[in-house]
Design a protein around this ligand. Sequence first.
Ligand code: AMP
Length: 280
Amino acid sequence: MKTLSNIKAVQKILAPLRGKKRIGFVPTMGAFHEGHLALMRRAERECDFVVVSLFVNPLQFGPKEDFAAYPRSVPSDRKMAQEAGVDLLWTPTAEEIYPSPYRTFVDVEEITRRWEGAVRPGHFRGVATVVAKLLQVVQPDRAYFGQKDYQQTRVLRQMVKDLHFPVSIRILPTVREKDGVAMSSRNQRLSPAERAAAPILFRALTQAETRVRQGIHESRPLLKEVAALIQSEPLARIDYIALCDPASLEPIEKIQKEAVFLLAVKIGSVRLIDNLLIRI
Ligand code: AMP
């Protein structure tokens, strides 16, 4: 596996492969866990050449967010990526991605308004801008993302469609710990007591799913029960819980065929998100 930082060097490796080899791409912010590795392994199975980018993108963090505290572990990431069959690990610098003066941004409208977009103003502008730039450099045949960040998958699908990126977007299911906690680089920042409280998110989602299976399809009672369950955990504070249309992410009053439960909960000082797609 090669590790490169410079954009020109990455393009030089990829140019001769285009049209001959299927290029798979997994954009990440590093601190790899099984969720990232699942994306890399799938890319390795489906493609001939796998590129992983590792870039903690300053543009998608708000001024009061955890950019400085975001976990960074490049040496162990390199080893894990190599073992997952990655061919090229691209570790761009912020200076090269956002040379000064930097003036071009990608804003995806509507679908970014609610949920993460409302709690984290500018977040999706940062995500869409950096992913557009990374796709532009790598020009992959397939790009892999996790369902863990559900709203992000919708935003990126919309962007790729609107901007005519010739890439197929692959969304893989959320990889979880044994107790249901969705794997996340941010889990490293939970204290032991907070980590013990973290399964409340998945328990809430599975409880909601059980209720749906029992025939409760209206949002109001479902959300009320889920909120009460989360609030029973003293370390948990709800940012939002919502039952939405899986495509538009607009809240729904009743599940017709499909819905997605979205939730964001603070456990101590660490903000965790999770979601569950439900089909009836
Ligand atoms: P990140 O490094 O957090 O930006 O994540 C990079 C990619 O891995 C994104 O597409 C995430 O949605 C995906 N990802 C993160 N955690 C998980 C998980 N637990 N299961 C599946 N995919 C994940």
